[in-house]
Design a protein around this ligand. Structure first.
Ligand SMILES: [Zn+2]
Length: 255
């Protein structure tokens, strides 16, 4: 089985000093590529360094809505200056209604980063929680994202998914899916499988139910495949193939 973890945070302090073993363990279960997502400008260089330490790691750079600081706005321009074949997306960026940062400020950061992604012809990796109306509104203002994107840990409904697909979006699923308790997610999967589905771990966050309470690891992606297989009644192999093909296509992975 070949898998791509399209969303993890290998920069995390939880992983420092043991990335070799963590990446090896994930490779053992079939992970052939990892997309590590930086969340603040201070992390961009580290993401780049990690991606050069491991053949299978690619990186995205951006400012995550939870960690916005006014002074980061100017630093966004530095996203233009990174020249690196492993720099494959702008992310993690997005909108979150459940954080303290003013949603108008979040929109400024988000839309600026969408514009940068379009200028660089890179896909976007998007976090969206409780703010799908605002997300669609931003997309209406900016227009289609040329290289497409992914909504990570997708929590919206099938109708919103249909609208987002028109803007070039795919949807990735991780640990939350393993709780197997969401009718909404099942409906969404029926609409988007197989052409718009991706897999992720968001490690070190959102562990699967089987590893509840632990630091999440990229190797736990196998629990996501298992849950998806049970939910939609398709073989794990078939899901692995479809999601890996989608990841290669969207993220232009040379694997
Ligand atoms: Zn994340």
């Amino acid at each position: 089985m070949q898998l791509v973890d399209v969303h993890c945070h290998l920069e995390s302090r939880h992983f420092s000093g043991r990335l070799d073993a963590i990446i090896d363990a994930a490779k053992q279960v079939g992970v052939i590529a990892f997309i590590t997502c930086a969340i603040v400008p201070d992390e961009w260089e580290l993401s780049q360094t990690i991606s050069h330490s491991f053949h299978e790691v690619y990186f995205a750079a951006g400012v995550h809505p939870w960690y916005i600081k006014n002074q980061y706005f100017e630093e966004l321009q530095k996203l233009y200056a990174i020249t690196d074949s492993k720099y494959i997306a702008i992310g993690e960026i997005g909108l979150d209604a459940k954080t303290d940062i003013d949603i108008a400020v979040q929109k400024n950061f988000f839309e600026e980063q969408l514009i940068i992604a379009n200028d660089l012809n890179k896909p976007v990796i998007v976090h969206c929680r409780g703010a799908f109306n605002e997300l669609i509104a931003s997309l209406k203002r900016i227009g289609k994202i040329n290289a497409g994107g992914v909504i990570h840990s997708y929590s919206g409904n099938a109708d919103i998914a249909r609208q987002l697909m028109r803007y070039g979006f795919y949807f990735s699923f991780g640990g939350a899916l393993t709780y197997r308790n969401s009718k909404k997610k099942l409906q969404v999967l029926h609409h988007i499988y197989p052409d718009h589905v991706l897999l992720e771990t968001d490690s070190p966050d959102i562990p699967p139910v089987e590893k509840s309470g632990q630091i999440n690891l990229p190797e736990n992606i196998i629990y996501v495949v298992k849950a998806m297989s049970e939910l939609i009644g398709k073989d794990e192999e078939e899901i692995a193939d479809a999601t890996t093909q989608n990841a290669k296509k969207l993220l232009n992975l040379n694997i």
